[in-house]
Design a protein around this ligand. Structure first.
Ligand code: GLY
Length: 567
């Protein structure tokens, strides 16, 4: 027995060490909020809590989506909206998938050269600021489409919490106060009265959105017509036209959100379910994932020289194709199957070299023969029944066009800037477009919004998405890779520093502090241009991960006031 004591002690110590190591590994890995079965992660705690309250009373993920989106319209006027649009990707508990496109459309009176002067030059600011920048909003119709197909609770119960929140008021956060101070001067530049947000709001103040509450009541009482017809439509159209815009009542009453098939593709043993055009996100990410699939990404290490090189070159090629081929599928033919096929993507990567960067000036879109012719906000929801949704909604720029329909209490988008106003000339995200994304009446402008759901072993694995204009696509991509290839938990994957390349401008944008100077020098030596400004934030990812034990881990981006709530 005496002889056994040291052995037992050794085994005990070994087991303890092992347990501690495992716990440490586990602790390092899981840093996000954990819930047993249901979760909402969004840009504001108020909205996440309202979504979760709907889930608690037996509503499904789609009910919670409606309540969350409307609450963001109140609590997060920076990007949450009823005057904008968005996309939603879903996966039901029986594995059915699909997407809803509630993207804004160009007004009937829009025309190809509407942002050009008589010499064919872009009129600075016309597509980004003020009434001419506004696209026909899609959010309210989108929510009614969701309710019609999947809702289980009455719409009035889903909208009421947002009405109550608007009347009670929302406390201004530090980040919100800073944003308001920064954008304030635009509000008076664009509007003909002092708008609600154009006061000296400070952290801790409470803003009551009484007019918005009234608009939401009209939507509650009259359905989609409470927005697209009657009093609200009158307010919107009169104000936009007074400021020189072209949206009519006919534009509003004609608007319809559309159900579309998802872009689905495999990456190793994952199935990725992403948004189809008019989002470019699904196709771009399918191309990037396919381009990196033959390489052993995990062995290169997270944000290592090789990882950054490989992803940058894949991104460069995908964004070059984006600019040429992608637009509204109701107006242009897009060779989707070819663009996302492994053979095509492998060919695109044929001239990739570890030795040096491929200059974007030497790279165009791929040749497909026989082909016929930011601010935004994201939320992810999983319910206890196993349904999941991933939704991204936007006004485009911060507070959209800055046009605020004071009578109705809401901002209008500046989504028209997501069209290509002139081939080869970049929009506010530096994106270049071509004929496929030119302006036409009732056409939807190309988007980078990339709500995405990931399946593993035929089960829900992750719901992820982000704001950030052109950087949305690469933020979503890197977050999925952080979990899958680099073994991070959801919160760590969201927190990890990100980088971005979009073909043109030919530069890798990096978040500050996350990348050391040695790495930056190594990249520069290989011919990469690096931009690492202090203020750069790439994306603001909100995501949910299903852990091996079936629980959910939230990833709420610290870059904003985002919050995961669940039970
Ligand atoms: N407004 C940003 C996007 O849709 O890409």
């Amino acid at each position: 027995m005496k002889k056994l004591i040291p052995i037992i002690a050794f085994v005990f110590i070994f087991m303890q060490c092992k347990k501690n190591t495992l716990e440490t590994a586990q602790n390092n890995k899981i840093t996000g909020f954990i819930a047993d079965s249901a979760m909402v992660v969004s840009a504001r705690e108020e909205a996440s809590k309202i979504g979760v309250a709907i889930l608690k009373k037996g509503g499904n993920a789609f009910d919670a989506m409606i309540a969350t989106e409307l609450s963001l319209a109140v609590a997060y006027p920076f990007a949450g909206n009823i005057g904008g649009g968005g996309f939603m990707v879903y996966r039901t508990n029986d594995g059915k998938t699909g997407t809803l496109d509630y993207r804004e459309k160009a007004p009937l009176a829009a025309s190809k050269n509407m942002y050009l002067d008589e010499n064919g030059n872009i009129i600075e600011g016309k597509s980004t600021l003020g009434a001419m920048a506004v696209g026909v909003p899609g959010t309210v119709d989108g929510l009614f489409k969701v309710h019609e197909k999947f809702g289980s609770l009455p719409f009035s119960e889903l909208i009421q919490p947002a009405i109550d929140l608007a009347n009670k008021g929302v406390v201004v956060t530090k980040k919100q106060a800073e944003r308001l101070a920064y954008y304030k001067h635009y509000f008076s530049e664009v509007n003909d009265t002092i708008i609600l947000l154009d006061y000296d709001w400070k952290e801790g103040d409470t803003i009551k959105y009484v007019k918005l509450a009234k608009t939401l009541e009209r939507i509650r009482d009259h359905g989609r017509d409470g927005f697209y017809k009657g009093e609200t439509a009158e307010m919107l159209v009169n104000y936009v036209q007074k400021l020189g815009g072209i949206i009519t009542k006919e534009d509003l009453s004609n608007y319809e959100a559309k159900w579309r098939n998802a872009i689905e593709f495999n990456y190793k043993d994952l199935k990725i379910i992403a948004m189809s055009p008019p989002s470019s996100g699904g196709i771009c990410n399918a191309q990037i994932f396919k381009a990196i699939e033959p390489f052993d990404m995990a062995s290169y290490g997270h944000n290592s020289l090789k990882s950054i090189q490989l992803l940058t070159e894949a991104e460069r090629r995908a964004y070059a194709d984006r600019s040429y081929y992608l637009g509204d599928p109701d107006f242009v033919n897009i060779p989707i199957d070819t663009l996302i096929s492994s053979t095509y993507v492998k060919n695109r990567m044929a001239n990739f070299s570890w030795d040096h960067a491929t200059p974007s000036s030497t790279l165009k879109h791929g040749n497909i023969v026989g082909y016929e012719s930011d601010e935004t906000t994201h939320y992810s929801i999983v319910d206890k029944y196993g349904n999941s949704i991933s939704a991204t909604t936007t006004l485009n720029g911060a507070y959209g066009s800055k046009v605020y329909v004071s009578e109705g209490g809401f901002f209008l988008n500046n989504e028209m800037d997501d069209f290509s106003s002139k081939p080869g000339i970049p929009n506010m995200f530096g994106l270049i477009g071509a004929e496929a994304n030119s302006i036409a009446p009732e056409k939807r402008m190309l988007s980078s919004m990339t709500p995405t759901i990931v399946e593993k072993n035929n089960q829900f694995y992750m719901s992820v998405g982000s704001p950030g204009g052109s950087t949305i696509i690469t933020s979503v991509l890197q977050t999925i890779l952080n979990v899958y290839e680099f073994q991070m938990g959801m919160q760590d994957a969201v927190n990890a520093p990100r980088f971005h390349h979009q073909w043109l401008p030919d530069v890798i944008t990096m978040e500050p502090k996350g990348f050391d100077s040695l790495l930056v020098n190594q990249l520069q030596e290989k011919g990469y241009q690096i931009k690492q400004e202090n203020s750069v934030i790439l994306g603001k990812v909100d995501a949910v991960l299903r852990l091996p034990n079936g629980k959910l881990e939230g990833g709420a981006d610290y870059r904003g006031d985002d919050k995961a709530v669940g039970f």
